[in-house]
Design a binder for this molecule. Structure first.
Ligand code: GTP
Length: 346
């Protein structure tokens, strides 16, 4: 089986972070986000993956190249204008060559058991199977209703509060048979959620759901992106379980310099080449990229700093995200919830 990952969106809700980098390759605990999805696919034996790209395509190609360093073969299906989630799937058709495919929205972090989902898809002879997860508030998502046999009966994209009659939402993981590609018009913007899925329902094609009760998070907003880091670090997303067995949960890169009186309290990640000056405190859920500098008596907690961030002396950073190369001068104040794009200066 092959896979498609949709990575052509502009990630507007993640601006200003996504002004310089596609959302799908922002670092999650120091690793380009898509790596987690590639790894999940590789683990179930899927070795050929098509990236459906559009926004800043060269950035993605530069990171993933042929995929051989991750043990997979990556093809790139480029679109000249945004084709929407189904149009983008159609655009990969020449690479998947009428075989069944697994499809990921390229912004979700999940441990959904793909093998079980594929087995269900085959057993039920569905044309399409959708991964579903339960959330408390489905209004920001695509609500999906099912009959007792697991067939999908209704789709409500971003429902109003009074329309919410279930808690299962579209998890952004699909298995499609080649027949589904035939329902998508080529070369035009066409949405999976608003057009393709209603079409499957209207024409009564075999269309079912696979409900996953395990971990699922989309990283599409700064808040969710931060939370995903905490979930990886505290083991809620199990990929780093083995790292979590490390003493004190302090993940330190190479050539890190620590001043006198520095306090490190895990779980934290400190990237290669970081310099932490005297009496600074790096507290739980701080994630520092490569070559960051934290000044004297400064504090970082529950925050994500991308590479090359310089933090002056006496600065407290709590629940902030700082893009690459940001500079925070001594004694300045950056409030909780702040998100600064690359090279911002305070
Ligand atoms: P927002 O602008 O913040 O809504 O983000 P987004 O552009 O990424 O859109 P959304 O979160 O709805 O997209 C879900 C997934 O589909 C992401 O991985 C996107 O990269 C991808 N995606 C969305 N639209 C397109 C598109 O037109 N083409 C391709 N190739 N991928 C898309």
């Amino acid at each position: 089986m092959k896979a498609i990952i949709l990575v052509g969106g502009q990630g507007t809700r993640m601006r200003p972070l996504t002004n310089h980098i596609p959302k799908n390759i922002v670092p999650l605990c120091g690793v380009p986000f898509l790596t987690y999805q590639v790894e999940a696919l590789r683990k179930v034996g899927i070795r050929e993956i098509v990236f459906s790209i559009g926004y800043r395509p060269q950035d993605i190609k530069k990171v993933f190249r042929s995929g051989s360093h991750l043990g997979v073969k990556i093809h790139y299906a480029l679109e000249n204008h945004p084709l929407g989630t189904a149009g983008a799937i159609k655009n990969t058709e020449k690479f998947v060559k009428r075989s069944p495919v697994v499809i990921f929205n390229g912004d979700i972090l999940t441990d959904i058991p793909l093998s079980t989902m594929i087995a269900l898809h085959k057993k039920k002879k569905h044309w399409a199977t959708l991964g579903l997860v339960r959330v408390e508030d489905p209004t920001a998502y695509g609500l999906v209703l099912m009959d007792p046999k697991g067939g999908i009966t209704k789709f409500l994209e971003k429902p109003a509060a009074e329309e919410v009659v279930a808690d299962t939402i579209n998890a952004g993981v699909y298995v499609f048979e080649p027949e589904v590609f035939d329902l998508i018009p080529p070369g035009v913007n066409y949405s999976a959620e608003r057009a393709l899925f209603p079409h499957l329902l209207k024409d009564n094609h075999p269309f079912g759901g696979f409900v996953w009760e395990g971990y699922w998070q989309d990283i599409g907003t700064p808040r969710k992106y931060l939370t995903s880091h905490w979930d990886v670090l505290n083991g809620a997303f199990p990929v780093y379980a083995k790292l979590n067995r490390r003493q004190n949960k302090i993940f330190m890169g190479k050539n890190v310099k620590l001043g006198k009186g520095v306090l490190l309290k895990g779980p934290v990640i400190i990237g290669d080449g970081c310099v932490i000056h005297d009496d600074a405190r790096i507290l739980p859920y701080a994630v520092l990229g490569k070559n960051c500098v934290v000044g004297k008596k400064s504090m970082v907690s529950k925050s994500v700093l991308w590479d090359d961030v310089l933090v002056g002396d006496h600065v407290n950073l709590d629940e902030v995200i700082l893009g690459r190369g940001c500079r925070i001068s001594s004694h300045s104040r950056v409030g909780a919830g702040s998100v600064l794009g690359d090279h911002a200066r305070v």
